[in-house]
Design a protein around this ligand. Structure first.
Ligand code: PLP
Length: 372
């Protein structure tokens, strides 16, 4: 049996008529950048996440770049973040000369170890970029405490965090991205809320930050041809917005399905001594965007899965402090032992709402036969 890591085809078939109508109606209405579909979609995101403002942009990467600029991550100012993430979480800090300062991750959650943040705060520190990876949010209670104490800006990279909600010691659940000064989501196709191409969203509860984000998305213009800042051309495409709006109708169901699939994996693999899983920490509602296993024999298992036509992914094979593009920061192997060790042992299994129980069975049987 061939098992895809992800395919958009099944979901398209499920709601074919609605997707077709959404795309065709944008074309029938005539071209309109940042059209009604974009505004409608922004409203849906505000409603779903509880954010006061949602500003749609061209990608999650752009959302990080615009917000980093606005928050003043520049000119040698230090921003504390995790080395175990996708490149874009850190490259955004460096665009205008900000300096990423890495902190190792929690061995059990794979998110930034919030207990190690405060010792890295200096008089040059201006911000923290926590990343909500795979299935759960970073410890936002501790992060917001430190930020408050040292007057730091918090940019939540919630590219993978759509649907995740944090309660911690608070009184209510708050959606990822809505706790810090800014949060961002990615609508890259594989993401929990993915389009049929690129897309991203900035969320904030701050009116002034929202006003700036709307300006930065259109070259920093306050009105047409009046530029207050040097911004970008980064609009969410109207066709993508129309597609994403269809997917919003089914988002709760999709998130629930991911949980069901994750539980299939947990049930079938829990007795496999050679495997470890992430542990959920803090009062929060996880969303299973990625389902990871840890094993000492990661590369051999990967080869075996490939031979059996099971696709998988490695998030992430190399931590960012060891990437050549960041060598100027002066980090070396051994600086973040937890992140380095996880990079060698982690492997992501296929998970998406339309994967079947038979496929998950086959993946789990194959894994067990490898360890036999
Ligand atoms: C996907 C992702 C991004 C980038 O989003 P794009 O929409 O692909 O630009 C940023 N950060 C993390 C953690 C991601 O997983």
């Amino acid at each position: 049996m061939k098992v895809d890591f992800y395919t958009s085809k099944r979901e398209y078939e499920e709601h074919k008529q609605e997707f077709d109508n959404a795309v065709i109606s944008v074309m029938q209405e005539g071209i309109s950048t940042l059209g009604k579909e974009v505004t409608d979609f922004e409203k849906s995101i505000e409603e779903f996440t509880g954010a006061k403002h949602a500003i749609a942009v061209a990608s999650g990467t752009d959302a990080l770049i615009l917000t980093s600029d606005i928050l003043g991550f520049e000119n040698g100012k230090e921003v504390i973040t995790s080395p175990f993430t996708f490149l874009a979480s850190t490259s955004c800090i460096t665009r205008r000369g900000g300096k990423p300062v890495f902190v190792d991750i929690d061995e059990e959650t794979f998110n930034i170890d919030a207990n190690k943040i405060e010792e890295k705060v200096t008089k040059n520190t201006v911000g923290i970029v926590p990343i909500h990876l795979f299935s759960q949010m970073a410890d936002m209670d501790k992060i917001m405490d430190i930020a408050g104490k040292h007057n730091l800006r918090v940019l939540e990279d919630a590219a993978e965090g759509f649907g995740m909600r944090w309660k911690g010691n608070g009184s209510e659940y708050k959606h990822s991205g809505t706790i810090g000064d800014f949060g961002i989501f990615s609508f890259f196709p594989t993401k929990t809320l993915g389009g049929f191409g690129d897309g991203g969203m900035i969320v904030t509860n701050n009116d002034e930050l929202a006003r700036l984000a709307r300006m930065y998305r259109v070259h920093g213009a306050s009105k047409k041809y009046h530029y207050e800042h040097i911004g970008y051309n980064s609009r969410l495409d109207t066709i993508q917005a129309a597609i994403l709006q269809v997917k919003m109708k089914y988002i709760k169901e999709s998130i629930k399905k991911r949980e069901i699939v994750a539980n299939w994996y947990f049930d079938r693999l829990k007795d496999c001594q050679e495997l470890k899983f992430a542990t959920l920490k803090g009062e929060q509602n996880p969303v299973y965007y990625v389902f990871n296993i840890l094993t000492e024999k990661r590369d051999e298992l990967g080869e075996y899965l490939k031979k059996n036509q099971i696709q998988f992914s490695i998030y992430y094979p190399i931590p960012l402090h060891l990437q050549r593009c960041f060598s100027y920061l002066g980090y070396k192997k051994g600086d973040f032992p937890v992140a380095e060790s996880i990079c060698e042992r982690i492997l992501a299994l296929p998970i998406y709402p339309q994967i079947t129980e038979a496929e998950v069975d086959f993946v789990c049987e194959t894994i067990k036969s490898f360890f036999k």
